[in-house]
Design a binder for this molecule. Structure first.
Ligand code: CTP
Length: 391
């Protein structure tokens, strides 16, 4: 996603500086070239050597680190496609908003005429400070992209707003800005993810090993491509798009059905349990003297089949998890389900599928034409699936 892009990260002296090591790795994994510059005080919190090792590039701190004729703050400006300031302290935010250039980082921001992301992180009282807020507003009003801090436990021992937002948020914002491929702008897409939870009693349930990663990758990719995304998920996910959390197949059927014929596409990536417990016990079931007990299961609705039958305008896409005879079973399944596309993956392979960050899939259309997407990261596979569905 970030191949051939150069990202310039600016680190100022917030304790969250250590988290940026992982952000560098995320960008590198996506194929980006990463350059890092740090304010002198941030060196107290994370070392230059750490960031040089992770970015595989020289890290700049001072205005006078000049080795060639071209000053760094100009040459790095030329080279980078985007600048990401994380963490951005109250001090750095306020200096930038007032055109102050007293170190390499602030000088570079002043000269940078491409997109800039700012991810503030600071103590809650500093965050609430009127002047800090005014300065940040000034930046927001001038097309700086702000990734607001979140509420949580802070390094100063208090709880409140000021914690650096999730790295995923900064990463997704970067991809969103750099990805001119907004092919899905104006499209509404609903994606289900995760294994459903079928309760036995208030403390026990039946579920499956689905991690939901493929569904989330599809939702992230659709969002990056400009779609209006809703993720219907069996687990919590902090995302820049709408996420509805639920548990059971019955709840998922109700939620998903309301979008049918109201959105452009529904992708059922969730691992929906085929059966649920017949008699849910309101009270915790007690152990009995019997060595065996029986729990009766009843069939869950087949959501994919139902929405495919009822859809007039919405493209319906299903998944097909098989541990043997992948393509034969997939061809039978797409006919049986009646959906427009089916994505088939082999869950018997340890290197792809469940819980893995990679996948290898076949995509079938309703004429049983098959296309193969070779093993790749789930996010790249997700992009290829969406390109195919909306080609
Ligand atoms: N699915 C669904 N409702 C169900 C079961 C499955 O909507 N009650 C959807 C899944 O979200 C997936 C597709 O159907 O998109 C195929 O799921 P899969 O588990 O591969 O197949 P099943 O229909 O459950 O059939 P089987 O378990 O016999 O392979």
């Amino acid at each position: 996603m970030l191949k051939d892009k150069t990202i310039l990260i600016g680190i100022s002296a917030g304790i969250a500086a250590y988290k940026i090591c992982e952000l560098v790795r995320m960008y590198k994994r996506a194929g980006a070239k990463v350059r890092v510059m740090m304010t002198p005080n941030s060196l107290h919190l994370v070392t230059k050597l750490t960031l040089e090792s992770l970015s595989q590039n020289e890290v700049f701190v001072e205005n006078f680190d000049i080795k060639e004729y071209k000053p760094e703050h100009i040459s790095l400006c030329d080279e980078a496609d985007i600048m990401v300031l994380a963490p951005a302290t109250a001090n750095t935010i306020s200096k930038i908003a007032n055109g102050i250039c007293d170190n390499l980082l602030t000088s570079t921001v002043c000269a940078f005429n491409k997109p800039i992301i700012i991810a503030p992180a600071m103590n809650t009282n500093m965050w609430n400070n009127k002047f800090v807020q005014e300065n940040l507003q000034k930046l927001a009003d001038n097309n700086y992209h702000i990734c607001n801090p979140e509420c949580g436990f802070l390094a100063c021992g208090t709880e409140g707003v000021g914690r650096l937002c999730e790295l995923d948020t900064i990463y997704n914002k970067t991809v969103e800005i750099l990805n001119e491929n907004k092919k899905l702008a104006g499209k509404k897409i609903v994606i289900s993810a995760g294994g459903t939870v079928e309760k036995i009693d208030p403390v026990r349930y039946i579920s499956n090993f689905s991690s939901g990663k493929m569904g989330v990758a599809l939702a992230d990719a659709a969002y990056q491509m400009g779609a209006e995304v809703t993720l219907v998920s069996t687990f919590e996910a902090k995302k820049p798009y709408k996420v509805t959390k639920l548990q059971s197949a019955i709840e998922m059927e109700k939620e998903i059905s309301q979008y049918n014929n109201n959105v452009d596409c529904i992708i059922m990536a969730a691992a929906v349990a085929d059966y649920r417990v017949k008699d849910y016990s309101e009270q915790k079931m007690k152990k009995t003297s019997d060595d065996e007990i029986e729990i009766k299961l009843v069939k869950n609705p087949d959501i994919l089949k139902k929405i495919s039958a009822e859809s007039n305008t919405t493209k319906i896409v299903g998944f097909c998890a098989e541990s043997e005879n992948l393509l034969e079973n997939a061809k039978i399944k797409i006919k049986n389900k009646g959906c427009d596309y089916l994505i088939a993956n082999d869950i018997s392979r340890k290197d792809i599928g469940f819980s893995s960050d990679e996948n290898e899939v076949y995509i079938l259309d309703n004429n049983c034409n098959i296309e193969h997407f070779e093993k790749d990261s789930k996010i790249n596979i997700a992009h290829k699936i969406l390109e195919k569905i909306f080609e």
